[in-house]
Design a protein around this ligand. Structure first.
Ligand SMILES: *Cc1c(COP(=O)(O)O)cnc(C)c1O
Length: 342
């Protein structure tokens, strides 16, 4: 089976592969270019790439298309309503399900409201509802737009699929009525979903991230543009042009930022991309360091500290050396891998 998606996500692709599937990237080309600032919906599915895959392998080999709203690995980039509509139309024609990774669906809705014609006067909840009218199901991590510390869910609009999934839940998580979550966590999640639709909240959230990105940009630090919904992504290739991809530039930069400032970031490059079935490194075009901003935690003073200390490091960037592996775990190696300085 093949699972097309608008750029891979680490754990999502690991589960697709664990179940024997092959992920195929069908995001628009511009998403792989950190400097393409002029694309308002850099997370969009490239319908030509998707149609070409359907032609090549046949619709019976594609159980669903995985659509991330927004696209984490591209820098938190949104998908337009028009694109979601067109993906649904093409999928329906071939009997392929559309499954959202809804982790950041509220941020995506905010971008639609701000950037897409016809949505400026709609509420966030109305936009989210229309987005999901083009899906057959979704997975959602509550730790992001759900504004909670733990939990997530799978939702489908197909009774038979629901039954099959429920059988797996009983095996791995617990009763379908709680799926491994405590009652307290489910209550918090339900409240978080409601609060996340509040325009004042989501505007503050996305605009705070935008202001952080603008500050880094002003200080000359190379970042992915436009800035996405949940994080500012530093372009590690541009920050450390003296390192090759095998010297793990984004991991080296994340470590250097931590040493210099105490700010914890996350590698999103060759380390996160992992290896294919033959054991070869995936070689992503993007080597990024993610500065994710937790919701309702930081003031602009915290972010100013992060921005200025990273700018200080940028002044001394030629001193930053590459890294090599000391311990590489067999799967999802970015979570628990260990490195040393070359
Ligand atoms: C965090 C995240 C996940 C995984 O969620 P967990 O709750 O950590 O398992 C899946 N998809 C995206 C886009 C994410 O950002």
């Amino acid at each position: 089976m093949y699972i097309p998606g608008n750029m891979y996500f680490t754990t999502t692709r690991a589960h697709q592969e664990l179940n024997g599937g092959t992920f195929v990237d069908v995001i628009i080309d511009e998403a792989h270019d950190p400097r393409r600032e002029d694309v308002p919906f850099k997370g969009n599915v490239d319908l030509k790439k998707y149609a070409a895959l359907i032609d090549r392998v046949g619709p019976s080999k594609i159980p669903y298309i995985s659509v991330a709203v927004t696209v984490n690995m591209a820098g938190g980039q949104p998908v337009s309503m028009q694109n979601l509509r067109e993906v649904k139309r093409l999928s329906e024609k071939h009997g392929i399900k559309v499954i959202f990774d809804a982790t950041r669906c509220v941020e995506n809705a905010y971008f639609i409201k701000k950037r897409e014609a016809g949505y400026g006067d709609k509420s966030i909840a109305e936009i989210v509802k229309e987005m999901f009218s083009y899906a057959d199901g979704c997975t959602m991590s509550g730790k992001k737009d759900g504004i909670v510390n733990m939990g997530g869910f799978l939702a489908v609009n197909d009774e038979e699929l629901y039954r099959q999934a429920s059988a797996l839940v009983v095996l791995f998580e617990g009763m379908p009525s709680y799926g491994g979550m405590t009652g307290r966590d489910m209550e918090a999640f339900a409240r978080g979903l409601r609060e996340s639709m509040d325009y004042a909240y989501i505007r503050h959230r996305v605009e705070q991230v935008a202001a952080f990105g603008a500050r880094l940009d002003e200080l000359g630090v190379p970042i992915v543009k436009p800035v996405g919904g949940h994080a500012v992504f530093i372009d590690a290739k541009a920050f450390l042009p003296h390192l090759t991809q095998d010297q793990l530039p984004a991991q080296a930069l994340a470590a250097a930022i931590y040493e210099h400032s105490g700010v914890r970031s996350m590698e999103r490059g060759i380390v996160s991309a992992g290896r294919d079935r033959e054991g070869r490194d995936y070689r992503p075009q993007l080597e990024l360091v993610r500065l994710a901003v937790p919701r309702r935690v930081y003031t602009m003073a915290h972010l100013e500290y992060a921005a200025t200390s990273i700018a200080e490091l940028y002044e001394r960037r030629s001193e930053i050396r590459g890294l090599q592996w000391v311990y590489e775990p067999p799967v999802l190696r970015f979570f628990t891998g260990r490195f040393k300085r070359i």
